[in-house]
Write a protein that binds this ligand. Structure first.
Ligand code: HEC
Length: 103
């Protein structure tokens, strides 16, 4: 029983690592122009995505895709994304560690 649980946990970790790597490749190609290679926006009108919760990122991308959240640019970008690609992109940005310093 313990072995089974350990195996399931290991598989989950491996899958997550795959998602992060695939998400990184997609993000470098399609998102980094505005959201930055490290998830810190390179464009003043685009939000930082580094360290954001995966659930939040997935939800927003699905909302842009469906039109529930309207934005001219993000609507076009999210339209062709599959659920798998969204999960990979969310895994990549949420895996980034962010530290915050109060002024
Ligand atoms: C041409 C610039 C541009 C590109 C390329 C781009 N984005 Fe965006 N993104 C924006 C802007 C601008 C916003 C703010 C939109 C709004 O006000 O709703 C945004 C918003 C978002 C949000 C919502 C963030 C939040 O805090 O609610 C997510 C998630 C996101 N983008 C993910 C992505 C992903 C993933 C890609 C690549 C597949 C991508 N974006 C490519 C410009 C871009």
């Amino acid at each position: 029983m313990k072995k089974t649980i350990a195996f399931i946990l290991m598989s989950a970790t491996v899958c997550f690592a795959d998602d992060v790597a695939s998400g990184r490749a997609k993000a470098d190609a399609a998102c980094s122009l505005c959201h930055g290679v490290n998830g810190i926006a390179s464009m003043p009108s685009a939000p930082n995505l580094a360290g954001q919760q995966a659930i939040y990122l997935s939800e927003q991308l699905k909302n842009y895709r469906s039109g529930k959240r309207h934005h001219e640019v993000m609507g076009v970008i999210a339209k062709p994304l599959t659920d798998t690609e969204i999960a990979q992109l969310a895994a990549w940005y949420s895996s980034m560690k962010v530290t915050v310093e109060a002024p």
